[in-house]
Design a protein around this ligand. Structure first.
Ligand code: NDP
Length: 286
């Protein structure tokens, strides 16, 4: 058996299309154009690529986009003051601080993320949004797990009553994924580095979400035949070779549906950022 391939390109296009339609409605009803500001501090080349891609996605959907480039030597006060300026700018509905911050600012990371107005927190990292997600309220949700849940919906993978296992408990992926699946009435288990008998736990799952950061961590013998396998991992194993957390070639013979890496979940993240920017704009106009 070969699994159905859940291609990121297809779902990302759908998510962008939805975001574009909702943005057009906002414009028509309220005269509002969604605006996203991305702050980048320092010269991290990978971050610069992400920021360019985010800007391009905004332009394609007709969003207002502002890139704020700050030097490596930026102080805590300067960064907080820039966030404050954007919090008060009515053109901006979403604010994102590109991580990682330069070393000197890393001790202030939580303070910086908490300085963003929760209504503009399109990364969904602010404790107010985390709390809203956990308590089942309307929240801005981190883009990667938000993209995964939207993909599961669009692919019509049944979640209600399904057994889901999330491997990884980070604040960015694993924990929000747990709450999103719970919100869809799945029965969710979360595994981490101290989980005992992990393979047996994963084998029970109808839906497996791997967010570990270890190449080929999930092997075919761990997968229940027909299960849906979402691979969030991005691992660079050679200068030009990316692999996920799932042993794709073997697992695709057992799973019912699977995301590839590259070409899977990674493509959903920026599309979901566009969607989150529209969500944020809607929350603000209301
Ligand atoms: P973290 O390193 O923050 O978390 C990894 C998690 O995996 C931790 O909870 C850790 O457990 C768990 N883990 C590590 N080793 C094992 C093990 N041997 N057995 C079981 N669990 C283990 O990573 P992130 O959540 O930030 O990212 C996970 C992966 O997803 C990475 O490859 C990252 O590059 C990718 N990623 C992809 C994105 C995309 O856009 N597609 C966006 C964000 C991340 P413990 O808590 O006990 O240490």
């Amino acid at each position: 058996m070969t699994a159905r391939l859940l291609e990121g390109k297809f779902f990302a296009a759908k998510i962008r299309e939805e975001a574009g339609k909702r943005a057009a409605q906002l414009k028509e009803k309220y005269g509002v154009t969604p605006g996203l500001a991305v702050i980048i501090v320092g010269e991290n080349p990978a971050s610069q690529v992400y920021v360019r891609n985010k800007h391009k996605a905004c332009t394609e959907l007709g969003f207002y986009s502002e890139g704020v480039e700050m030097p490596e030597t930026t102080t805590r006060e300067e960064l907080l003051s820039e966030i404050n300026r954007l919090n008060n700018d009515p053109k901006i509905h979403g604010i994102l601080v590109q991580l990682p911050l330069p070393k000197a600012l890393q001790p202030y990371e939580s303070e910086v993320l908490e300085a963003i107005n929760p209504l503009k927190d399109v990364d969904g990292f602010h404790p107010v949004n985390v709390g809203r997600l956990v308590t089942g309220q309307k929240a801005l949700v981190p883009c990667t797990p938000h993209g995964c849940i939207r993909m599961l919906e669009l692919a019509e993978i049944p979640m209600e009553g399904a057994k889901a296992v999330v491997i990884g408990r980070s604040n960015i992926v694993g924990k929000p994924m747990l709450h999103l699946l719970l919100g869809k009435n799945a029965t969710v288990t979360i595994c981490h580095s101290r989980t005992k008998n992990l393979a047996e736990v994963v084998k029970e799952a109808d839906i497996v979400v791997a967010a570990v950061g270890k190449p080929k961590f999930v092997t075919a013998d761990m997968i229940k035949p027909g299960a849906t396998v979402i691979d969030v991992g991005i691992n660079r194993i050679a200068p030009k070779k990316l692999v996920g957390d799932v042993d794709f070639d073997a697992v695709k013979e057992v799973a019912g549906a699977i995301t590839p890496v590259p070409g899977g979940v990674g493509l959903l993240t920026i599309a979901m950022l566009m969607q989150n920017t529209v969500d944020a704009a809607e929350l603000q106009v209301k």
